[in-house]
Design a protein around this ligand. Structure first.
Ligand code: EPU
Length: 343
């Protein structure tokens, strides 16, 4: 009995956190590699359209039009401890797990590593595509390998972390040539001994003076910080940070710092000739925080987030995005690039 679900002329409203009311010609939910192979065969036989797209919970996508093809969604919910000792554990988890449910499960079991990534919307599979990050931790720090199904060739592959070519909110899976890979599972290497990462100022402040903070309290603190700054996906449509924080040459940074001494900046891992700036700060300085174009707005608590104020249509979001980009170019000479995938 196959658990494959195939829907025709399907509304994607419930499958993108931005809340864009667009349609897909087909929507397919798969539970296994065998399901994916069946869908691949159907496509080869012409029973499904040629064009396809793998989506998680649609928390990093902006649909600007109907999708004329098949949208594929993972419902693979396996969970397997591959090995463990007193210090570490290797866990293999299906790509269809909700990300935060997985983080919560790890925290409940006393496994350290993912707690700073609590409450990020999305699925386990998308975390490996997007290299999600927050509060000094990135998914790649804990990922050991990623299992994928090549939807063109019909083969199953395991990619090591190095082969995934992780960068800031980036991996090979985001490049056009590798969008044919459906992530089916991810192997994480986690720790059993306490190893808090308090490199983010607000988190360090919350635990100042504590020598042995409990893992579950760190998760709670992270959730509180997020709730204070970022919109609740169930209440306000958004795709989290809309832009990447820009990385600029050191000379450009020094020039800006002279003019704006309070400009926030971050060193770039392994690259002393560049500096990462805060897109939210740049946008706020241009006066955009809390402003809107039609029903699309710049979130009033965090200018890096574009929100759907209710019933926004794609053209309103795009028009706001263009205006924000050009303001930042005019004021700072920096071109922001979207973190969100625009389709
Ligand atoms: N800032 C402003 N105004 C704003 C927003 C930010 O002045 O409207 C300043 C803050 O005061 C701070 C700096 O910019 O000095 C950085 O702000 P914040 O700590 O809120 O983080 P961010 O750089 O805006 C990034 C990630 C977030 C992640 C946080 C915390 C990106 C694109 N975004 O945001 O990730 O949660 O750091 O680590 O890297 C996401 O990717 O969707 C996301 C939410």
């Amino acid at each position: 009995m196959s658990a494959l679900s195939i829907y025709k002329d399907y509304s994607l409203l419930g499958h993108n956190t931005f809340g864009m009311d667009v349609m897909a010609d087909y929507f397919v939910e798969y539970n296994s590699i065998e399901d994916l192979e069946s869908v691949r065969q159907m496509r080869l036989e012409g029973a499904l359209p040629d064009k396809y797209l793998f989506v998680g919970e649609g928390s990093n996508l902006l649909f600007t039009q109907d999708f004329r093809g098949v949208v594929l969604h993972s419902a693979i919910k396996t969970f397997e401890v591959l090995s463990e000792d007193n210090f570490s554990v290797r866990v293999r988890v299906g790509s269809g797990w909700n990300w935060d449910s997985f983080v919560s499960e790890c925290v409940d079991r006393g496994w350290w590593g993912l707690e700073n990534l609590s409450y990020i919307p999305g699925q386990v599979g998308s975390c490996a595509v997007q290299n999600i990050g927050a509060y000094g931790v990135e998914a790649k720090d804990l990922i050991e390998l990623v299992e994928v199904f090549d939807f063109e060739q019909g083969i199953y592959l395991q990619l090591s972390k190095d082969e995934c070519k992780y960068g800031y909110r980036d991996s090979i899976f985001k490049s056009e040539a590798f969008r044919k890979y459906a992530v089916t599972a991810v192997v994480f290497a986690l720790r059993k001994l306490p190893s808090p990462n308090f490199s983010y100022k607000q988190l360090a402040e919350a635990f100042q003076g504590e020598t042995d903070p409990k893992l579950s309290r760190i998760r709670d603190a992270v959730i509180n910080i997020r709730k204070g700054k970022l919109p609740e996906p169930s209440e306000i449509g958004s795709a989290g940070s809309f832009f990447k924080n820009p990385v600029v040459p050191i000379g450009k940074f020094e020039e800006l710092q002279k003019k704006y001494p309070s400009i926030p900046y971050y060193r770039v891992e392994g690259n002393g000739s560049c500096m990462k700036l805060s897109a939210g700060w740049l946008i706020e300085q241009c006066g955009w925080k809390g402003r809107s174009v039609g029903r699309a707005g710049v979130y009033h608590k965090q200018a890096l987030v574009i929100v759907n104020l209710g019933g926004a249509i794609p053209s309103e979001v795009l028009s706001l995005v263009e205006k924000v980009i050009s303001s930042v170019v005019d004021k700072f000479g920096i071109e922001l690039s979207p973190e969100v995938i625009i389709l």
